[in-house]
Design a protein around this ligand. Structure first.
Ligand code: NAD
Ligand code: UDP
Length: 316
Protein backbone atom coordinates (compact mmCIF):
# COMPACT_ATOMS: atom_id res chain seq x y z
CA UNK A 1 0.00 0.00 0.00
CA UNK A 2 1.42 3.42 -0.92
CA UNK A 3 1.43 6.59 1.19
CA UNK A 4 -1.40 8.16 -0.78
CA UNK A 5 -3.93 5.43 -0.19
CA UNK A 6 -5.65 4.87 3.12
CA UNK A 7 -8.79 2.92 2.36
CA UNK A 8 -8.81 -0.68 1.29
CA UNK A 9 -9.58 -0.96 -2.43
CA UNK A 10 -11.92 -3.86 -3.05
CA UNK A 11 -13.05 -5.35 -6.36
CA UNK A 12 -16.38 -7.22 -6.33
CA UNK A 13 -17.12 -9.17 -9.52
CA UNK A 14 -20.84 -9.84 -9.91
CA UNK A 15 -21.33 -6.85 -7.62
CA UNK A 16 -24.70 -5.84 -9.12
CA UNK A 17 -26.18 -9.28 -8.45
CA UNK A 18 -28.15 -10.44 -5.45
CA UNK A 19 -25.28 -11.33 -3.09
CA UNK A 20 -22.81 -8.91 -4.71
CA UNK A 21 -24.97 -5.86 -4.06
CA UNK A 22 -25.30 -6.70 -0.35
CA UNK A 23 -21.55 -7.27 -0.19
CA UNK A 24 -20.77 -3.91 -1.87
CA UNK A 25 -23.03 -2.23 0.68
CA UNK A 26 -21.30 -3.96 3.62
CA UNK A 27 -17.85 -3.04 2.27
CA UNK A 28 -18.84 0.62 1.86
CA UNK A 29 -20.04 0.57 5.48
CA UNK A 30 -16.47 -0.43 6.35
CA UNK A 31 -15.16 2.61 4.41
CA UNK A 32 -13.62 0.52 1.63
CA UNK A 33 -13.30 1.84 -1.92
CA UNK A 34 -15.49 -0.52 -3.91
CA UNK A 35 -15.15 -1.32 -7.62
CA UNK A 36 -18.21 -3.28 -8.73
CA UNK A 37 -17.64 -5.18 -11.97
CA UNK A 38 -20.65 -6.74 -13.64
CA UNK A 39 -21.92 -7.67 -17.08
CA UNK A 40 -25.51 -6.97 -15.89
CA UNK A 41 -26.82 -10.34 -17.07
CA UNK A 42 -28.71 -11.51 -13.98
CA UNK A 43 -27.63 -8.49 -11.95
CA UNK A 44 -29.37 -5.12 -12.17
CA UNK A 45 -28.18 -1.56 -11.93
CA UNK A 46 -31.15 -1.03 -9.59
CA UNK A 47 -29.52 -3.33 -7.02
CA UNK A 48 -26.75 -0.78 -6.53
CA UNK A 49 -28.62 2.42 -7.48
CA UNK A 50 -28.64 3.53 -3.83
CA UNK A 51 -24.82 3.26 -3.74
CA UNK A 52 -24.11 5.38 -6.83
CA UNK A 53 -23.93 8.65 -4.91
CA UNK A 54 -21.22 7.30 -2.63
CA UNK A 55 -17.86 8.63 -3.88
CA UNK A 56 -16.19 5.41 -2.75
CA UNK A 57 -18.35 3.33 -5.12
CA UNK A 58 -17.76 2.69 -8.84
CA UNK A 59 -19.51 0.37 -11.26
CA UNK A 60 -17.86 -0.98 -14.40
CA UNK A 61 -19.67 -2.99 -17.06
CA UNK A 62 -17.16 -5.71 -17.85
CA UNK A 63 -17.20 -9.43 -18.61
CA UNK A 64 -14.75 -11.32 -16.37
CA UNK A 65 -13.94 -13.73 -19.20
CA UNK A 66 -11.81 -10.85 -20.52
CA UNK A 67 -8.75 -9.60 -18.62
CA UNK A 68 -9.13 -6.70 -16.23
CA UNK A 69 -6.45 -4.32 -15.03
CA UNK A 70 -7.14 -2.62 -11.72
CA UNK A 71 -5.09 -1.80 -8.65
CA UNK A 72 -6.88 -3.38 -5.70
CA UNK A 73 -6.09 -4.88 -2.29
CA UNK A 74 -8.86 -7.50 -2.17
CA UNK A 75 -11.02 -9.27 -4.75
CA UNK A 76 -14.36 -10.99 -4.15
CA UNK A 77 -15.11 -13.15 -7.20
CA UNK A 78 -18.89 -13.59 -7.37
CA UNK A 79 -19.48 -13.23 -11.12
CA UNK A 80 -21.59 -16.16 -12.34
CA UNK A 81 -25.34 -16.63 -12.74
CA UNK A 82 -26.58 -18.73 -9.81
CA UNK A 83 -30.08 -19.74 -10.83
CA UNK A 84 -30.35 -23.00 -12.84
CA UNK A 85 -32.57 -21.32 -15.47
CA UNK A 86 -30.00 -18.59 -16.06
CA UNK A 87 -26.82 -20.65 -15.92
CA UNK A 88 -28.37 -23.16 -18.34
CA UNK A 89 -29.43 -20.39 -20.77
CA UNK A 90 -25.86 -20.19 -22.19
CA UNK A 91 -23.98 -23.09 -20.58
CA UNK A 92 -20.74 -22.47 -22.49
CA UNK A 93 -20.64 -18.89 -21.22
CA UNK A 94 -21.34 -20.20 -17.69
CA UNK A 95 -18.30 -22.49 -17.76
CA UNK A 96 -16.22 -19.70 -19.31
CA UNK A 97 -17.32 -17.29 -16.59
CA UNK A 98 -16.31 -19.69 -13.82
CA UNK A 99 -13.08 -20.97 -15.36
CA UNK A 100 -11.69 -18.12 -17.47
CA UNK A 101 -13.13 -15.60 -15.00
CA UNK A 102 -11.23 -17.35 -12.18
CA UNK A 103 -8.00 -17.39 -14.24
CA UNK A 104 -8.35 -13.67 -14.99
CA UNK A 105 -9.11 -12.71 -11.40
CA UNK A 106 -6.38 -14.97 -9.97
CA UNK A 107 -3.91 -13.50 -12.47
CA UNK A 108 -4.89 -10.04 -11.32
CA UNK A 109 -4.56 -11.07 -7.65
CA UNK A 110 -1.11 -12.50 -8.36
CA UNK A 111 0.07 -9.36 -10.17
CA UNK A 112 -1.12 -6.85 -7.55
CA UNK A 113 -0.66 -9.10 -4.48
CA UNK A 114 -4.36 -9.00 -3.61
CA UNK A 115 -6.17 -11.48 -1.38
CA UNK A 116 -8.95 -13.18 -3.34
CA UNK A 117 -12.28 -14.75 -2.34
CA UNK A 118 -14.15 -17.28 -4.47
CA UNK A 119 -17.92 -17.76 -4.24
CA UNK A 120 -18.01 -21.52 -4.63
CA UNK A 121 -21.12 -23.54 -4.05
CA UNK A 122 -22.76 -26.53 -2.43
CA UNK A 123 -23.25 -27.71 -6.03
CA UNK A 124 -19.66 -29.01 -5.91
CA UNK A 125 -21.18 -31.85 -3.82
CA UNK A 126 -23.66 -32.64 -6.64
CA UNK A 127 -26.44 -35.05 -5.63
CA UNK A 128 -24.72 -36.06 -2.39
CA UNK A 129 -24.72 -39.53 -0.83
CA UNK A 130 -23.27 -38.16 2.43
CA UNK A 131 -25.55 -36.10 4.61
CA UNK A 132 -24.99 -33.41 5.86
CA UNK A 133 -22.09 -32.46 3.60
CA UNK A 134 -18.70 -31.73 5.23
CA UNK A 135 -15.92 -29.99 3.26
CA UNK A 136 -13.97 -33.27 3.15
CA UNK A 137 -16.66 -34.85 0.92
CA UNK A 138 -15.56 -34.90 -2.74
CA UNK A 139 -19.06 -34.91 -4.16
CA UNK A 140 -21.17 -36.82 -6.65
CA UNK A 141 -21.41 -34.66 -9.76
CA UNK A 142 -22.56 -35.59 -13.26
CA UNK A 143 -19.86 -34.19 -15.58
CA UNK A 144 -22.04 -34.14 -18.73
CA UNK A 145 -25.51 -33.12 -17.55
CA UNK A 146 -27.40 -29.85 -17.87
CA UNK A 147 -26.21 -28.65 -14.44
CA UNK A 148 -22.59 -29.55 -15.19
CA UNK A 149 -21.66 -26.17 -16.73
CA UNK A 150 -22.21 -24.66 -13.29
CA UNK A 151 -21.10 -27.53 -11.03
CA UNK A 152 -17.97 -28.46 -12.96
CA UNK A 153 -17.14 -24.82 -13.71
CA UNK A 154 -17.19 -24.08 -9.99
CA UNK A 155 -15.18 -27.23 -9.21
CA UNK A 156 -12.53 -26.24 -11.76
CA UNK A 157 -12.46 -22.72 -10.29
CA UNK A 158 -11.71 -24.25 -6.86
CA UNK A 159 -8.85 -26.24 -8.45
CA UNK A 160 -7.45 -23.05 -9.96
CA UNK A 161 -7.66 -21.22 -6.63
CA UNK A 162 -5.73 -23.93 -4.80
CA UNK A 163 -3.13 -24.22 -7.58
CA UNK A 164 -2.52 -20.44 -7.63
CA UNK A 165 -2.15 -20.68 -3.86
CA UNK A 166 0.35 -23.57 -4.02
CA UNK A 167 2.19 -22.41 -7.14
CA UNK A 168 2.14 -18.61 -6.77
CA UNK A 169 1.38 -18.11 -3.07
CA UNK A 170 -1.77 -16.13 -3.88
CA UNK A 171 -3.80 -15.61 -0.70
CA UNK A 172 -7.10 -17.40 -1.27
CA UNK A 173 -10.41 -17.73 0.55
CA UNK A 174 -12.93 -20.25 -0.82
CA UNK A 175 -16.48 -20.47 0.55
CA UNK A 176 -18.96 -23.15 -0.48
CA UNK A 177 -22.21 -21.24 -0.27
CA UNK A 178 -25.47 -23.12 0.28
CA UNK A 179 -28.85 -21.80 -0.96
CA UNK A 180 -29.11 -18.18 0.13
CA UNK A 181 -32.16 -15.95 -0.22
CA UNK A 182 -33.34 -12.46 0.62
CA UNK A 183 -34.17 -9.03 -0.79
CA UNK A 184 -32.73 -8.21 -4.26
CA UNK A 185 -33.08 -11.73 -5.59
CA UNK A 186 -34.43 -11.21 -9.09
CA UNK A 187 -38.24 -11.67 -9.00
CA UNK A 188 -38.04 -13.80 -12.20
CA UNK A 189 -34.84 -15.48 -11.21
CA UNK A 190 -36.39 -18.97 -11.25
CA UNK A 191 -34.97 -20.04 -7.90
CA UNK A 192 -37.35 -21.67 -5.50
CA UNK A 193 -37.69 -18.92 -2.88
CA UNK A 194 -38.39 -16.15 -5.41
CA UNK A 195 -40.71 -18.40 -7.45
CA UNK A 196 -42.80 -19.46 -4.45
CA UNK A 197 -43.09 -15.94 -3.02
CA UNK A 198 -44.03 -14.34 -6.37
CA UNK A 199 -46.56 -17.11 -7.08
CA UNK A 200 -48.08 -16.84 -3.58
CA UNK A 201 -48.34 -13.04 -3.77
CA UNK A 202 -50.02 -13.22 -7.19
CA UNK A 203 -52.36 -16.02 -6.09
CA UNK A 204 -50.93 -18.25 -8.84
CA UNK A 205 -50.33 -21.97 -8.35
CA UNK A 206 -47.11 -22.81 -6.53
CA UNK A 207 -44.91 -24.95 -8.80
CA UNK A 208 -43.49 -27.93 -6.93
CA UNK A 209 -40.91 -29.76 -9.01
CA UNK A 210 -41.01 -33.54 -8.52
CA UNK A 211 -42.60 -34.84 -5.31
CA UNK A 212 -41.47 -31.78 -3.33
CA UNK A 213 -39.75 -34.09 -0.85
CA UNK A 214 -36.27 -32.99 -1.93
CA UNK A 215 -34.61 -30.80 0.69
CA UNK A 216 -32.58 -27.61 0.75
CA UNK A 217 -31.13 -25.51 3.58
CA UNK A 218 -31.81 -21.79 3.26
CA UNK A 219 -29.56 -19.06 4.62
CA UNK A 220 -30.68 -15.44 4.91
CA UNK A 221 -28.46 -13.02 3.00
CA UNK A 222 -27.36 -10.93 6.03
CA UNK A 223 -26.02 -14.04 7.78
CA UNK A 224 -24.19 -15.10 4.64
CA UNK A 225 -22.53 -11.72 4.04
CA UNK A 226 -21.34 -11.68 7.66
CA UNK A 227 -19.75 -15.08 6.98
CA UNK A 228 -18.01 -13.93 3.78
CA UNK A 229 -16.47 -10.95 5.58
CA UNK A 230 -15.34 -13.13 8.50
CA UNK A 231 -13.68 -15.53 6.09
CA UNK A 232 -11.89 -12.71 4.23
CA UNK A 233 -10.71 -11.21 7.55
CA UNK A 234 -9.45 -14.55 8.91
CA UNK A 235 -5.72 -15.42 9.12
CA UNK A 236 -4.02 -16.29 5.80
CA UNK A 237 -3.67 -19.98 6.65
CA UNK A 238 -7.48 -20.29 6.59
CA UNK A 239 -8.00 -20.83 2.86
CA UNK A 240 -11.16 -22.94 3.01
CA UNK A 241 -12.99 -24.42 1.35
CA UNK A 242 -15.45 -23.67 4.10
CA UNK A 243 -19.19 -24.32 4.00
CA UNK A 244 -21.38 -21.27 4.63
CA UNK A 245 -25.07 -21.92 4.97
CA UNK A 246 -27.90 -22.49 7.40
CA UNK A 247 -28.19 -26.12 8.54
CA UNK A 248 -32.00 -25.83 8.93
CA UNK A 249 -33.27 -28.32 6.33
CA UNK A 250 -36.70 -28.16 4.69
CA UNK A 251 -38.54 -30.05 1.97
CA UNK A 252 -39.88 -27.94 -0.90
CA UNK A 253 -43.39 -28.84 0.31
CA UNK A 254 -42.57 -27.40 3.73
CA UNK A 255 -41.16 -24.27 2.12
CA UNK A 256 -44.32 -23.86 0.01
CA UNK A 257 -46.56 -24.25 3.08
CA UNK A 258 -44.52 -21.69 5.02
CA UNK A 259 -44.65 -19.15 2.17
CA UNK A 260 -48.43 -19.66 1.81
CA UNK A 261 -48.90 -19.13 5.55
CA UNK A 262 -46.73 -15.97 5.69
CA UNK A 263 -48.41 -14.40 2.65
CA UNK A 264 -51.94 -15.53 3.66
CA UNK A 265 -52.17 -16.75 0.07
CA UNK A 266 -54.91 -18.90 -1.43
CA UNK A 267 -52.51 -20.41 -3.98
CA UNK A 268 -52.81 -24.13 -4.66
CA UNK A 269 -49.84 -26.44 -5.23
CA UNK A 270 -49.19 -27.89 -8.68
CA UNK A 271 -46.63 -30.55 -9.44
CA UNK A 272 -44.19 -30.24 -12.38
CA UNK A 273 -41.43 -32.58 -13.59
CA UNK A 274 -38.24 -32.62 -11.57
CA UNK A 275 -35.35 -30.99 -13.51
CA UNK A 276 -32.45 -33.28 -14.51
CA UNK A 277 -29.89 -34.07 -11.80
CA UNK A 278 -31.82 -32.09 -9.18
CA UNK A 279 -30.09 -32.94 -5.86
CA UNK A 280 -32.37 -34.90 -3.49
CA UNK A 281 -31.03 -33.41 -0.30
CA UNK A 282 -28.68 -30.70 0.83
CA UNK A 283 -27.57 -29.56 4.26
CA UNK A 284 -24.29 -27.93 5.23
CA UNK A 285 -22.05 -29.26 7.97
CA UNK A 286 -20.84 -25.91 9.37
CA UNK A 287 -18.51 -27.25 12.08
CA UNK A 288 -15.49 -25.65 10.35
CA UNK A 289 -17.14 -22.23 9.98
CA UNK A 290 -18.06 -22.33 13.67
CA UNK A 291 -14.63 -23.44 14.87
CA UNK A 292 -12.39 -21.43 12.53
CA UNK A 293 -14.46 -18.30 11.92
CA UNK A 294 -16.74 -18.22 14.97
CA UNK A 295 -19.62 -17.93 12.47
CA UNK A 296 -23.08 -19.39 12.43
CA UNK A 297 -26.34 -18.13 10.98
CA UNK A 298 -28.79 -16.43 13.33
CA UNK A 299 -31.87 -15.64 11.25
CA UNK A 300 -34.54 -18.36 11.19
CA UNK A 301 -36.31 -19.17 7.92
CA UNK A 302 -39.66 -17.57 8.83
CA UNK A 303 -38.01 -14.30 9.85
CA UNK A 304 -35.90 -14.14 6.69
CA UNK A 305 -38.90 -15.02 4.52
CA UNK A 306 -40.93 -12.18 6.06
CA UNK A 307 -38.22 -9.66 5.01
CA UNK A 308 -38.03 -11.20 1.55
CA UNK A 309 -41.81 -11.15 1.08
CA UNK A 310 -41.86 -7.43 1.93
CA UNK A 311 -39.22 -6.84 -0.76
CA UNK A 312 -41.15 -8.76 -3.42
CA UNK A 313 -44.57 -7.16 -2.78
CA UNK A 314 -44.13 -4.23 -5.23
CA UNK A 315 -43.09 -6.65 -8.00
CA UNK A 316 -46.16 -8.89 -7.61
P1 NAD B 1 -26.78 -13.43 -9.26
O1 NAD B 1 -27.10 -14.11 -10.54
O2 NAD B 1 -27.76 -12.50 -8.66
O3 NAD B 1 -25.39 -12.64 -9.36
C1 NAD B 1 -24.36 -12.99 -10.25
C2 NAD B 1 -23.83 -11.71 -10.88
O4 NAD B 1 -22.74 -12.03 -11.76
C3 NAD B 1 -24.88 -10.99 -11.72
O5 NAD B 1 -24.91 -9.62 -11.38
C4 NAD B 1 -24.41 -11.20 -13.16
O6 NAD B 1 -24.83 -10.16 -14.03
C5 NAD B 1 -22.90 -11.26 -12.96
N1 NAD B 1 -22.20 -11.95 -14.03
C6 NAD B 1 -22.53 -13.12 -14.63
N2 NAD B 1 -21.62 -13.43 -15.56
C7 NAD B 1 -20.68 -12.44 -15.55
C8 NAD B 1 -19.50 -12.19 -16.29
N3 NAD B 1 -19.06 -13.04 -17.24
N4 NAD B 1 -18.77 -11.07 -16.01
C9 NAD B 1 -19.20 -10.20 -15.06
N5 NAD B 1 -20.32 -10.37 -14.34
C10 NAD B 1 -21.04 -11.49 -14.58
O7 NAD B 1 -26.42 -14.60 -8.23
P2 NAD B 1 -26.06 -14.55 -6.68
O8 NAD B 1 -27.05 -15.38 -5.99
O9 NAD B 1 -25.82 -13.17 -6.23
O10 NAD B 1 -24.69 -15.36 -6.69
C11 NAD B 1 -23.44 -14.71 -6.59
C12 NAD B 1 -22.33 -15.76 -6.55
O11 NAD B 1 -22.51 -16.62 -5.43
C13 NAD B 1 -22.31 -16.65 -7.80
O12 NAD B 1 -20.97 -16.90 -8.15
C14 NAD B 1 -22.98 -17.92 -7.32
O13 NAD B 1 -22.51 -19.04 -8.04
C15 NAD B 1 -22.55 -17.96 -5.87
N6 NAD B 1 -23.52 -18.74 -5.07
C16 NAD B 1 -24.75 -18.23 -4.77
C17 NAD B 1 -25.64 -18.99 -4.05
C18 NAD B 1 -27.01 -18.48 -3.68
O14 NAD B 1 -27.79 -19.26 -3.14
N7 NAD B 1 -27.34 -17.24 -3.90
C19 NAD B 1 -25.29 -20.29 -3.63
C20 NAD B 1 -24.03 -20.77 -3.98
C21 NAD B 1 -23.13 -19.99 -4.68
N1 UDP C 1 -38.02 -25.91 -7.18
C1 UDP C 1 -39.39 -26.10 -7.13
N2 UDP C 1 -40.20 -25.17 -7.70
C2 UDP C 1 -39.73 -24.06 -8.31
C3 UDP C 1 -38.34 -23.84 -8.35
C4 UDP C 1 -37.51 -24.80 -7.79
O1 UDP C 1 -39.88 -27.08 -6.57
O2 UDP C 1 -40.56 -23.26 -8.80
C5 UDP C 1 -37.14 -26.89 -6.54
C6 UDP C 1 -35.98 -27.38 -7.41
O3 UDP C 1 -36.38 -28.48 -8.19
C7 UDP C 1 -34.96 -27.77 -6.35
C8 UDP C 1 -35.22 -26.76 -5.22
O4 UDP C 1 -36.51 -26.24 -5.44
O5 UDP C 1 -35.22 -29.06 -5.86
C9 UDP C 1 -34.21 -25.61 -5.20
O6 UDP C 1 -34.14 -25.08 -6.50
P1 UDP C 1 -33.30 -23.77 -6.84
O7 UDP C 1 -33.40 -23.59 -8.32
O8 UDP C 1 -33.73 -22.65 -5.98
O9 UDP C 1 -31.80 -24.11 -6.41
P2 UDP C 1 -30.84 -25.38 -6.51
O10 UDP C 1 -30.54 -25.68 -5.09
O11 UDP C 1 -31.54 -26.53 -7.16
O12 UDP C 1 -29.69 -24.91 -7.29
Amino acid sequence: MNNYHFNKRVLVTGGAGFLGSHLCEALLQRDCDVLCVDILFTGRRGNVAHLLDNPRFEILRHDVTFPLFAEVDEIYNLACPASPIHYQHDPVQTTKTSVIGAINMLGLAKRVGAKIFQASTSEVYGDPDIHPQPESYWGRVNPIGTRSCYDEGKRCAETLFFDYNRQNRVKIKVARIFNTYGPRMHPNDGRVVSNFIMQALRGEPITIYGSGKQTRSFCYVDDLIRGLLKLMDSPDEITGPVNLGNPGEFTMLELAETVIKLTSSKSALIFKPLPADDPRQRQPDIAQAKAKLGWEPKIPLEEGLKQTIQYFKPYA
